[in-house]
Ligand binder design. Structure first.
Ligand SMILES: Cc1cc2nc3c(=O)[nH]c(=O)nc-3n(C[C@H](O)[C@H](O)[C@H](O)COP(=O)(O)OP(=O)(O)OC[C@H]3O[C@@H](n4cnc5c(N)ncnc54)[C@H](O)[C@@H]3O)c2cc1C
Length: 411
């Protein structure tokens, strides 16, 4: 899809969500196309922009997940347009495509986390700017929150947004002598796709305290922006990067959420974004788990009793976790302010991905990693899911908080 979209007002979803099995079947061809390049994409330095033709062809319009007003060419399921805009639709599709290759899924062009944030915090002009860019051509985006010394504790971030002509610590645009132009300085680490991105968001501090954080829309072509690829063992295709920001120029119109109260911007926006993204990350982990399980089922048919028992236990856990992921997606679509079930799903699915890959590798004995490179990759990719969108410990802390607030386990 490279046409300029016809702007029509966003339409409310018509009728019920598509049947998950039929939605999944609609992307089956793409899942196999992902799988076909999974090992090639795993080579260090492999670039999804050149290596996988489907990125520029068939799957691009399907996966973008643009709002209806910007996507005139959506997937059609059961005769209805399916924009993959709801979390429930996304978990079904992302699981299946991650079964093909989770790394390529994250390395794909499209809105990803920065889109969810822009939708959460952006004003009409910012959304127009963001989505018009993405609708025009395959566009890679990034979401830069993590810093070398502020990963799990995002409130400790130190990247600074300083208004020219004012002291740091002044509310944007309100300081005496404020110019409406700013400078962004700091370092971000472990940022997916930053080395190849065309647009993204950077979280920065405008003043001390938890509500002193804002997110700004930034193009990496701006002076002072440098992204460097980090070597990684798993999820290699995603171009994990370190981003250096040396006095990157920013204007007031780049700051997301200026029409909202200070408490709604920044970290609160990030948390709501994570609550909507975690079910999708959980779905991708589930895709890895299912891929490892399927691989073992096809390549190792004769099992000992204990192996067969372990396989059955994993099959049931896959089914149970899939239900949990769907419940988390429904919750996120209903109320993105409550991420309790999303944390449970992400924690469980990440754990299951690793355990299933370990089980599958164990079935093939010494040399399994060399003789079964896909399993080796699945196992390495699974490890990344412990960290993406927050570690397992942080998910359990969220669960405990949700429990104390009576959001779960209160029957
Ligand atoms: C594949 C991949 C892709 C990523 N993509 C992005 C991206 O696009 N954008 C982005 O901003 N970030 C991204 N990240 C970074 C990710 O969000 C962080 O790795 C994660 O938030 C953890 O931060 P950290 O690595 O600094 O670990 P730390 O926060 O330093 O944690 C280290 C350990 O301490 C534990 N810990 C930390 N705090 C507590 C606490 N209060 N109580 C108990 N235990 C604690 C953690 O559970 C963990 O085990 C990505 C990471 C990976 C692996």
């Amino acid at each position: 899809m490279t046409t300029t979209p016809t702007r029509t007002p966003p339409t409310a979803r018509q009728g019920p969500l598509p049947d998950p099995a039929r939605l999944r079947a609609a992307v089956e061809e793409y899942a196999h196309a992902f799988r076909a390049t999974a090992l090639a994409m795993d080579e260090p330095g492999a670039d999804p922009r050149t290596l996988n033709p489907v990125v520029h062809d068939a799957y691009f319009p399907v996966l973008l997940g643009l709002p209806p007003a910007y996507n005139p060419d959506p997937l059609i399921v059961d005769g209805r347009p399916c924009h993959l805009h709801s979390c429930v639709e996304r978990v079904v599709v992302y699981e299946r495509l991650a079964w093909g290759d989770a790394a390529l899924m994250v390395a794909a062009p499209g809105p990803s986390l920065s889109g969810v944030l822009t939708e959460e915090l952006g004003d009409d002009d910012q959304k127009e700017r963001y989505y018009t860019t993405l609708a025009a051509r395959p566009t890679w985006t990034f979401f830069a929150l993590t810093e070398p010394h502020a990963g799990s504790d995002a409130t400790a971030l130190t990247t600074a947004l300083t208004e020219s002509g004012t002291e740091s610590g002044t509310e944007p645009g309100t300081g005496s002598g404020g110019s409406g132009s700013y400078r962004l300085s700091g370092v971000k680490k472990y940022i997916g796709n930053a080395v190849r991105a065309d647009l993204g968001v950077v979280f920065a501090r405008i003043r001390p305290g938890p509500v002193g954080v804002v997110a700004v829309l930034v193009e990496p072509t701006r002076p002072g922006f440098t992204a460097t690829a980090l070597p990684t063992t798993g999820m290699r295709a995603i171009g994990l990067s370190e981003v250096r920001l040396d006095d990157v120029p920013v204007s007031r119109s780049d700051i997301l959420g200026m029409h909202l109260s200070a408490t709604r911007r920044g970290i609160v926006g990030a948390m709501r974004t994570f609550n909507r993204a975690r079910p999708v990350v959980a779905a991708m982990a589930l895709g890895i788990a299912q891929a490892a399980w399927d691989y073992a089922a096809v390549h190792r048919r004769a099992l000992r009793a204990d192996e067969s028992h372990a396989r059955e236990v994993l099959r049931r856990r896959l089914a149970g976790t899939r239900r949990l992921v769907l419940a988390a997606a429904e919750q996120a679509d209903r109320d993105p302010g409550d991420g309790t079930v999303a944390s449970a799903a992400k924690y469980r699915a990440a754990e299951l991905a690793l355990e299933t890959a370990e089980y599958a590798l164990g079935l093939f004995g010494p040399g399994a990693r060399l003789e079964h490179p896909l399993l080796d990759k699945l196992h390495r990719d699974a490890r990344a899911f412990e960290f993406m969108e927050g570690t397992g410990t942080m998910q359990r802390l969220n669960l405990a908080l949700g429990h104390r607030k009576g959001r779960i386990l209160d029957d």
